[in-house]
Write a protein that binds this ligand. Structure first.
Ligand code: NDP
Ligand code: MG
Length: 414
């Protein structure tokens, strides 16, 4: 059936289990954004542990052949796309299979809240990921959150939904997963109570860390997406080059760990081995280290609190020899500074920044604006719209749409 219509609710919701039972029961998963880099890495880990994880639903946007191949391999009950024509194509490719194709945003929300699903991997890119992630939180799921834009746009409302509906939030972003692993297991969002002084987010510095600043005006999309350590989707790769990604991560950390902006610091660490750190009042600094491979945080969150193999190469510190650290250069990376400013401004400013950034990055990838035009358009849109209200989710949707229009018009008119 193509039009969205929720089938009858099922009642076999998995109740809280003892550790022993939980070891034996496979976890049922929905993977939002299955065809992206996080989605593919998630399925790679899942395929290594067929006794532990079962795929109930997958979603994609444009890569229909890839989604069909994933459905053939993992046999989910549902596959969701947003475009009705693509749904017809997918249904054709899946003829005779047991997978039902559903269409639209409501269908994404539906597969995020299915009673038989325990865990939802939220790995859609951009603000489009907000509604399904929110649906998973409201259904009390274990939410494996890769989509940082959800927290940047609507951190307060998302965290409220997690609390009110008893959802479990597990960060997939490697830095936040590292912070999560370096915090006490009973961390309750109160840094003072746990003696936490600072959160230290590491950043690789991306492909332009040492490039002559006067040549940044000539950066091409190909250069910007060529990250030295990580293979990622295009949008987050450009965000990493501009360090907007780290800015978004500072805002993400603010909400995930309830830390004040001045408690969150960024340190450049070009090798991407130390994924982030927590500093305690007694001077101890706890860190999580691993090779830069997203399957580590993904496997950690999928299996939490257990540990499973992720297919990742073991860390060979002697071979690495050196780990180095340096302070970020705000003149080279103005987007990072803009993110701190948006966080300080509060209200709708982070949502405005996020929306304008999505538009500017897409325009840069389409070669409609130069690389330096990204920071310039963000600064301008933020200057005009930072004061917009954020008293409700609806307010934030309005701020998001207004910032997109403003950024588009700025780009169109130079
Ligand atoms: P990709 O671009 O590789 O994948 C995005 C996924 O979302 C694809 O499945 C894509 O479908 C789907 N998608 C894109 N736009 C929409 C939309 N408007 N509505 C519904 N689905 C959509 O991104 P990544 O996997 O790299 O990143 C996903 C999220 O995870 C981002 O928020 C990113 O910031 C975060 N993240 C990623 C990391 C990484 O290492 N890649 C690390 C930390 C966080 P299709 O491909 O079929 O078009
Ligand atoms: Mg990250």
């Amino acid at each position: 059936m193509l039009a969205f219509a929720p089938p009858m609710a099922r009642t076999n919701r998995v109740a809280p289990r003892s550790t022993e039972e939980h070891r034996m029961t496979p976890r049922n998963l929905t993977i939002l954004g299955a065809t992206g880099t996080i989605g593919v890495n998630t399925l790679d880990v899942v395929a290594r542990h067929p006794d532990k994880f079962r795929v109930v639903a997958l979603s994609g946007l444009n890569q229909i052949d890839k989604l069909a191949a994933q459905c053939r391999q993992f046999q989910p009950r549902y596959a969701v796309v947003l475009d009705p024509d693509k749904a017809v194509t997918l249904q054709g490719l899946l003829a005779g299979s047991q997978t039902e194709v559903l269409v639209g945003m409501e269908a994404l929300e539906f597969i995020s809240a299915l009673p038989e699903v325990d865990s939802v991997m939220a790995a859609i890119v951009g603000a489009a990921g907000l509604r399904p992630a929110l649906a998973a939180a409201r259904a009390g799921k274990r939410v494996l959150l890769a989509n940082k834009e959800t927290l940047v746009m609507a951190g307060r409302f998302f965290m409220e939904a997690v609390r009110e509906h008893g959802a479990t939030l597990l960060p997939i972003d490697s830095e936040h997963n590292a912070v999560f692993q370096s915090l006490p297991a009973d961390y309750n969002g109160d840094p003072a109570r746990h003696g936490v002084r600072r959160i230290l987010l590491t950043a690789s510095g991306g492909p332009f860390r040492t490039r002559a600043v006067e040549t940044l005006k000539d950066v091409t999309p190909e250069e910007a997406v060529a990250h030295p350590n990580w293979v990622m989707g295009k949008k987050i790769s450009v965000d990493s080059a501009s360090m907007m990604n780290k800015g978004l991560e500072v805002i993400e950390a603010r909400w995930l760990f309830n830390a004040r902006p001045e408690q969150i610091e960024v340190v450049i660490h070009p090798q991407s081995i130390v994924h982030s750190m927590v500093e305690y009042l007694d001077g101890s600094v706890l860190a999580q280290l691993s090779n830069p491979d997203m399957r580590t945080p993904i496997a950690h969150s999928l299996a939490y609190p257990e540990r499973v193999e992720a297919g990742v190469n073991w860390l060979d510190l002697a071979k690495l020899g050196q780990l180095t650290f340096e302070a970020p250069d705000f003149a080279r990376f103005p987007c990072l500074k803009l993110a701190y400013q948006a966080l300080a401004a509060g209200a709708a400013a982070p949502a405005v920044l996020n929306a304008a950034n999505e538009v500017a990055v897409a325009a840069f990838l389409d070669r409609r604006i130069p690389y330096l035009g990204i920071a310039a358009s963000l600064e301008s849109v933020l200057g005009r719209l930072a004061g917009m209200a954020a008293d409700s989710l609806e307010d934030l949707m309005v701020a998001d749409a207004t910032a997109r229009r403003e950024a588009e018009s700025l780009i169109a008119h130079g």
